[in-house]
Structures are given as C-alpha cells and as structure tokens.
Write a protein that binds this ligand. Structure first.
Ligand SMILES: Nc1ncnc2c1ncn2[C@@H]1O[C@H](COP(=O)(O)OP(=O)(O)O)[C@@H](O)[C@H]1O
Ligand SMILES: [Mg+2]
Length: 226
C-alpha cells in the first residue's frame, strides 16, 4: 500500500541577497512523495533543485508554506533512519575510509553489528569493493559520489534524496551505477528523488518534476521529443 512520505504545500524559500533585499528561490511549491516513487528533478542550474531537496529532507526550512512527513515520524528522526541524502558537494567524512563512511549511518542508528557487513555488500554491488579502505582524499569525484549513494542506501531509509549523484561520471559509468541503484530499490518501497542534468537518468524515472525559476511543474516523464 502506498504511504505518503512527504507533503509540501505552498512552499517558498528566500535568502538575503547581500544587499538588504531578498532573493526568491522557491515559489509556492506544492508536491508530495509516496513510497516507491521514482522522481527526476530537472531544470537549469540555479532554478532551485538543491534548495527544494534540502527542504524535502528537513535540512533547511521554508520561509513560507507547510511541509510534513506524515509517515516518517518526528522531525528529529528523519535522518539518517528515514531519509538518506546524497549531497551535490563532497560530503564524505575525511577521516573515515570509504567503507566506514558507508557504515556510519547504521552506527548512528544503533546498528553497529551489521554496519561492516552491509557496507561491504553495498560496495561489492557497486563494483567499488577495492575502494573500501581508501580515504576520501584518495577518491575521484565520481568514486566519492558513488560511495555517498551507497551510504544513503545502507540503512534502508524510506526515502532517498540524491542531488546530481552522477554529475561527475561518464555516461556509461553513470548508467551502470544507476541501474545498480534501481535494482536494489526494486520492490523495497523506498522512494527516490534524483536531481539530474542527465536525460538518460531522468528517463528511467516514472515521474518528472521540472524546476523553472523556483516554480515546480510536475507530471509523468515525457521526453522532449514527444
Ligand atoms: N544559502 C543561500 N543564500 C543565498 N542564495 C542561495 C542560497 N542557497 C541557494 N541560493 C541561490 O538560490 C538559487 C537556486 O540555487 P540551487 O537551489 O542551488 O539551484 P540548483 O540546485 O537548481 O542549481 C541560486 O540563485 C542560488 O545562488
Ligand atoms: Mg543544485
């Protein structure tokens, strides 16, 4: 049965513009995410994708409107248990190995015993097992992005929010990696929202949300040609 994980109504977000004014980044955004959703969040750079993902993940608060997580428990419980977040910028802990980074959410959630095994299984599934003992500074940007996605998956959250997770991968590697992610999520009910500029990745998702100057338009995925 589908559960509603997130509901946002009339969300707005503005920031100081550094000049005594405000810059409006999100405008009256309505959206909802159900279990099992596959949503591509597309739109030009600066249109508000990262800002929206941060608000959906409880990492930032809207300046207007309402957001609720009806079936994810209290606000404090959202991360890492219920929501896995893959940041656009590098986010691995520099002092931990890749393998330890993947296991960290499980340790934080009190699942220490399973952390190492789950981490090893995930790295293996992504073809990244040989990176397990490397420090983030030894990884390429694309390797670090895949490690960060494995970390988001490790705990089995109900929702994964991924901000341009293939932005530093060539298209063949991106496809293989994304196939692995989708295979792992199949029949789990885990919802996935991916901000992406990669049309081939976006086309794999059932739903497309398009950001345009802070406005959100949503609908089933349609390629530009049809
Ligand atoms: N903390 C902030 N302070 C001021 N402006 C911000 C802040 N975060 C984002 N912005 C601005 O909001 C707009 C949208 O940014 P962002 O959500 O990162 O877009 P996208 O992810 O689509 O590239 C940009 O113009 C950006 O400069
Ligand atoms: Mg962004």
């Amino acid at each position: 049965m589908d559960e509603t994980l997130v509901v946002a109504n009339g969300i707005g977000r503005d920031f100081p513009d550094g000049n005594a004014g405000r810059i409006t980044v999100l405008r009256d955004v309505d959206c909802a995410i159900s279990s099992g959703a596959r949503i591509a969040l597309v739109g030009p750079s600066g249109s508000g994708k990262s800002t929206l993902l941060h608000i959906l993940g409880g990492l930032d608060r809207p300046t207007s409107g309402r957001i609720e997580w009806p079936s994810l428990g209290s606000f404090e419980e959202l991360r890492p248990r219920q929501i896995g977040f893959v940041f656009q910028s590098p986010s691995l802990f520099p002092a931990l190995t890749a393998g330890q980074n993947v296991g960290l959410p499980m340790i934080l959630a009190g699942e220490r015993d399973a952390a190492d095994r789950t981490s090893a299984l995930l790295l293996d599934a992504f073809g990244l097992a040989e990176l397990a003992d490397k420090l983030p500074e030894e990884l390429s940007g694309g390797q670090a992005q895949r490690i960060a996605m494995a970390r988001a998956l490790a705990i089995g959250p109900k929702l994964i929010l991924a901000d341009e997770p293939t932005g530093q991968l060539d298209s063949t590697t991106a496809q293989f990696f994304f196939d692995t992610v989708l295979n792992r999520l199949e029949n789990t009910g885990i919802a996935l929202v991916v901000a992406t500029h990669d049309d081939a990745i976006a086309a794999r998702m059932a739903t497309r949300w398009t950001m345009d100057h802070g406005w959100l338009r949503s609908g089933p995925y349609r390629s530009k040609a049809t």
